[in-house]
Ligand binder design. Structure first.
Ligand SMILES: Cc1ncc(C[n+]2csc(CCOP(=O)(O)OP(=O)(O)O)c2C)c(N)n1
Length: 328
């Protein structure tokens, strides 16, 4: 068996948690409590699957802004996600950064970058350091949207990784839209995965609505990456169900028919049905899990909302570099 029943349950809980956190973010924004929210609805299977393949204590994650689910699946603390959203003093950037730019050095989670594709060159540099030090059982997971693959920095990063056969898994969360730009206006290739061939390394496309397919694709890519035979580009085909952020209105550039057709393939109920059919969980157990997740998200929201904002006298903290510790 490729995945254990425990892993299947872990995947579902992460997917439910992502969706609950997403919904809460949009609610908090509409209540005027947080400045902006970015949903990952439609990406749940990609992020749960990739997070399960990440080897905690060894691997490094270089995520992007839509990766709440993946940082949680890699071990990031749920309260930390809300601290970032609420810009509290307890946030990893001290409440200084735009939401979701969380980091946890001890867990190998680098900060999210909003500069599209800039995390790709950082990821490649970290992979070079791992190889240079002979830490050959460690890999770097670098994530981005399909729009990022139109950036020059993405091409520089993958080319460098291919030349030096670096242990990087490049995971593209292809949701078909880069804000209002559809994939057909980004590239003439049928698959993002095809881009890898241009740089002499392997690219594979997987069903991004199936967390097990993503898990196995990323796991195999990781095995290849740490074996010394170079990076792999994994393209997980998914869809963004919500607007790009709470500042965007997707109704202005997508038809309702297109969104409805994608919604019919929603990965969350689809995976729930699969676990019931395979006898892994009953519908009652899934309902109990959903309630536990809702309770956890409610309690964490309340806890973090009661925490203080950064003190005014810390306004200039980190504006000028003080003591620094290298990341890797
Ligand atoms: C270098 C750079 N150019 C443009 C932007 C503005 N921008 C923010 S998100 C985004 C779309 C990115 O789409 P994609 O990579 O497909 O990821 P998605 O948001 O769809 O998950 C753009 C163009 C930016 N943040 N950085």
């Amino acid at each position: 068996m490729d995945v254990t029943p425990e892993q299947l349950v872990t995947l579902l809980r992460n997917m439910l948690l992502q969706r609950a956190v997403d919904t809460r973010g949009f609610q908090l924004n509409r209540q005027g409590k947080i400045g902006i929210a970015m949903g990952s609805e439609g990406h749940e299977a990609v992020q749960a699957g990739a997070g399960l393949a990440f080897v905690r204590g060894k691997d490094l994650l270089y995520p992007y802004y839509r990766n709440t689910g993946i940082v949680l699946a890699c071990g990031f603390d749920l309260a930390g996600v809300f601290r970032s959203q609420f810009a509290r003093a307890t946030d990893t950037t001290g409440g200084r950064s735009i939401i979701n730019h969380v980091t946890d050095k001890a867990k190998g989670i680098a900060t999210i970058s909003s500069i599209i594709a800039s995390q790709c060159t950082h990821a490649v540099g970290a992979a070079f350091a791992l190889r240079y030090r002979g830490e050959n059982d460690r890999a770097v997971l670098c994530t981005f949207g399909e729009g990022a693959t139109s950036e020059g920095e993405w091409h520089e990063a993958v080319n460098f990784a291919a030349i030096h056969k670096l242990p990087v898994i490049f995971l593209c969360e292809n949701n078909q839209w880069a804000i209002s730009t559809p994939i057909g206006k980004q590239m003439a290739n049928a698959n993002v995965a095809d881009r890898a061939a241009g740089y002499g390394f392997e690219g594979v496309a997987v069903d991004g609505f199936d967390p097990v397919a993503v898990y196995l694709g990323v796991k195999q890519a990781r095995e290849k990456a740490v074996s010394g035979s170079g990076p792999v580009l994994v393209e997980a085909k998914c869809y963004r169900f919500l607007s790009h952020t709470t500042d965007d209105d997707e109704r202005t550039y997508r038809t309702r028919e297109e969104v409805a057709a994608q919604r019919a393939k929603d990965p969350v109920p689809r995976f729930e049905r699969r676990l019931i059919e395979e006898g892994i969980l009953t519908s009652e157990q899934i309902e109990a899990m959903r309630k536990e997740v809702a309770r956890t998200v409610n309690e964490t929201t309340d806890l973090v909302e009661s925490e203080p904002f950064p003190a005014p006298e810390t306004l200039y903290t980190n504006v000028y570099a003080g003591e620094t510790t290298p990341w890797i």
